[in-house]
Write a protein that binds this ligand. Structure first.
Ligand SMILES: *[C@@H]1O[C@H](CO)[C@@H](O)[C@H](O)[C@H]1NC(C)=O
Ligand SMILES: *[C@@H]1O[C@H](CO)[C@@H](O)[C@H](O)[C@H]1NC(C)=O
Ligand SMILES: *[C@@H]1O[C@H](CO)[C@@H](O)[C@H](O)[C@H]1NC(C)=O
Length: 463
């Protein structure tokens, strides 16, 4: 089967060199684009806000050099998918991608290549790490497209499009694009871009809006270089993963695309996200139950709903999130900036969260803790709540269009250890919104000046 696989880097033969030469000759602008994008992510932190360096994040070890490359073209994939949106074509491609993956898996430390200048339109695929040697790479230099709209998806419950399951040592990399073609899934929703969508709306008839890329039960996973855009639902999800690094990635979908989280984390420990740009219609980064040791820095977000922990504790659930560091991030025209949201009636806690060196530009509500989170019209108050304790905001500067600080904590479980220091938020006066002052309810902590506007409603000390 492996007709054109390259045994290893040192024995590059004439065919390989010719192919490389052709690639460089055919698509110089493409390569420049990849290089330019990488450069643009690396920039100095915003001036005037420098603080002690945060703890070293847990990151996956560098993968060993790949021993072989398996191009999907060699397994029957024909890369003209942009025009051939048929089930027969998609099925053929699915088989080709699966065959390339399993051939590469056999040797381990190998690369599945989705080559540059090709477009592949594929249906949902699962790449499983079962019977796969570790340290695989999935290199996307071309474009992978999902079916546009729900009709082409198989009936039944498909909740993600490209899934990597139970993988140890996976690197998803390249200069290419993964495009969920989600616009037909978004349609029909009357959606202003600054409201939260009910999760039920993820179902259209018998189909569920799929997440574009999901890594489930992965360890030592790196995602770098690629662009993920226009997902029907979340763009990139890590569920039950250990030691993850995402860097130099771009996520892009419109600000009014419903429930299109940029990076969605659930049950994952030791995640580092840096030098990444996210524009979407929901949370740029969403942090759910079971996440700890997260380190987010040098991320640009907007449009979107900012960086959010929660909603936690829905339907009386217990949820725990701890050890979240967010540093040197830029939020531009997002609905909320830095947010923690919990439902009434849950249990568990959000602890040890630190936001520092944050630049905001025309964010609707800049700093939010909402323990009355509700994405539909009525939710009743309960006697328990996910506790929020130990949340520091150190160095937050910029502008808001509606409210600078909103701390709505629960009667049952007041927030404690809220630390506000070096906060400089100014209103955008001509935004057309009704400007409001800081709001607090059952919020305890301390302020270190300057805090502008002052958050006098924060109660000193402990509840
Ligand atoms: C992840 O990498 C670390 C460090 O190299 C290694 O000790 C660990 O066994 C790896 N985990 C898995 C599940 O491969
Ligand atoms: C915010 O985004 C808008 C486009 O949506 C752009 O014109 C503007 O320059 C950005 N502002 C900052 C401060 O990055
Ligand atoms: C829930 O409690 C809050 C704080 O005490 C109160 O402002 C709000 O009106 C209550 N909501 C309902 C639906 O009872």
């Amino acid at each position: 089967m492996k007709r054109r696989s390259i045994p290893n880097a040192s024995s590059a033969n004439a065919t390989f060199l010719l192919a490389l030469l052709l690639l460089v000759t055919i698509s110089p602008s493409f390569l420049q684009h990849c290089l330019a994008r990488r450069e643009s992510h690396h920039r100095p932190p915003p001036g005037g806000l420098h603080h002690a360096p945060p703890p070293t994040p847990v990151t996956p070890p560098p993968p060993p050099a790949s021993s072989a490359t398996f191009s999907v073209l060699d397994y029957g994939a024909v890369g003209d998918g942009a025009t051939d949106d048929t089930k027969a074509s998609a099925d053929k491609l699915q088989l080709a991608f699966a065959a390339a993956w399993s051939a590469a898996c056999a040797g381990g430390a190998s690369t599945v290549l989705v080559p540059a200048s090709y477009v592949f339109l594929v249906g949902p695929i699962m790449f499983t790490g079962d019977s796969c040697e570790p340290n695989m790479a999935f290199q996307v230099d071309g474009t992978i497209l999902a079916h546009a709209g729900s009709t082409a998806w198989r009936s039944g419950v498909v909740t993600q499009w490209l899934e990597f399951k139970n993988v140890r040592g996976l690197t998803i990399k390249g200069c290419g694009t993964i495009d969920g073609q989600g616009s037909q899934w978004w349609g029909g929703a009357s959606f202003a871009g600054d409201v939260e969508m009910e999760l039920d709306s993820d179902r259209i008839g018998t189909s569920y809006r799929p997440t574009a890329v999901r890594v489930f039960q992965g360890a030592n996973v790196t995602v770098t270089g690629i662009t993920i855009r226009n997902s029907a639902r979340f763009h990139l999800t890590f569920d039950t993963c250990r030691a993850v690094e995402v860097h130099d990635v771009a996520v892009s979908s419109p600000g009014d695309s419903p429930n299109t989280d940029g990076i969605h984390l659930a049950g994952s420990v030791g995640v580092s996200i840096h030098h990444t740009t996210i524009a979407c219609g929901d949370d740029c980064i969403s942090i759910q139950d079971g996440c700890s040791d997260l380190f987010i820095r040098s991320v640009r977000c907007g449009p979107g709903h900012g960086i959010s922990i929660g909603g936690l504790g829905k339907g009386g659930a217990s949820a725990v999130v701890s050890g979240v560091t967010v540093q040197d991030v830029t939020l531009n025209q997002t609905m909320t900036g830095l947010r923690i949201k919990t439902w009434q009636g849950g249990s568990g806690s959000v602890k040890s969260v630190r936001f520092s060196d944050v630049q905001m530009s025309a964010v609707k509500t800049a700093i939010v803790i909402d323990q009355y989170y509700c994405d539909h019209t009525t939710c009743t108050n309960q006697t328990s709540a996910v506790a929020v304790a130990g949340v520091a905001y150190q160095g937050v500067a910029g502008t808001y269009t509606e409210r600078p600080v909103y701390l709505a904590c629960s009667d049952a479980a007041p927030c404690s250890g809220i630390h506000l220091a070096d906060i400089l938020l100014a209103p955008v006066k001509d935004s057309g919104r009704h400007l409001q002052g800081p709001f607090c309810w059952k919020a305890y902590g301390d302020e270190v000046r300057p805090v502008e506007p002052p958050v006098d409603c924060l109660s000193a000390g402990a509840p």
